[in-house]
Design a binder for this molecule. Structure first.
Ligand code: BEZ
Length: 210
């Protein structure tokens, strides 16, 4: 069965452009994003890897480690890295797993045979400090991902983890948030002493905690 939200992200050991990686050790006590690329030396992947390299300080600010995967060997990744730097103006600054035996891609169900039986789709897994999967997204090979959206989800997940608030449709950093239904009004008074706006008893809007 495919991995689901709340499952422990399976641990693995693999070669990467930054040496051998033990996934759970790599995550440490923070957050992680694991994302797959169909193949080396392909155009969309090249742009995505440049963008993630550019955004690395944003991931770091949030305590998130990033880890890419492509089914080709690390020796190819190293050659491709030169193209990424040349064409995207950003050098690969995070590990890219080599997965020629498809060990990790199979473990994470990143190969969808009815789309393509050898290449991975564009999977994204966000993993929390408890090593549990907090988000999965699957894009087709032909559509580049929006990594600003990945950061937005991380901000939402981290707010939920810290303050028991959820984020409404199209929420952006600094917008009002929603007190999660699991928090009673009585507990909400302690957590949000400044009060909230009850649009409905189940829709309680509060300023974003900092
Ligand atoms: C790409 O990264 O550009 C790509 C990879 C596989 C299929 C289609 C596009």
């Amino acid at each position: 069965m495919a991995l689901q939200l709340g499952d422990i992200a399976p641990d693995f050991e693999s070669d990467s452009t930054e040496g051998r990686i033990k996934f759970h050790d790599y995550i440490g006590n923070g957050w992680a994003v694991l994302f797959s690329h169909p193949k080396d030396f392909t155009p969309v992947c090249t742009t995505e890897l440049g963008e993630v390299a550019r955004l690395k300080p944003e991931f770091e600010k949030r305590g998130v480690k990033v880890l890419g995967l492509s089914v080709d060997p690390v020796t190819d990744h190293r050659k491709w890295a030169a193209d990424i730097e040349e064409t995207q103006g950003a050098a690969l600054n995070f590990p890219l797993i080599g997965d020629p035996d498809r060990k990790v891609s199979t473990l994470y169900d990143m190969i969808h045979p009815n789309a393509n039986d050898t290449l991975t789709v564009r999977s994204v897994f966000i993993i929390g400090p408890d090593k549990k999967i907090k988000l999965t997204i699957t894009y087709p090979a032909s559509t580049g991902r929006n990594f600003d959206e990945v950061l937005r989800v991380i901000d939402s997940l981290q707010l939920t983890a810290k303050y028991q608030v959820a984020t409404p449709v199209n929420w952006q950093q600094g917008d009002d948030v929603i007190i999660v239904p699991a928090v009673s009004d009585e507990d909400a008074k302690k957590k949000f002493p400044q009060g909230w706006k009850a649009v409905k008893p189940y829709l309680r809007v509060v300023k974003q905690p900092q």
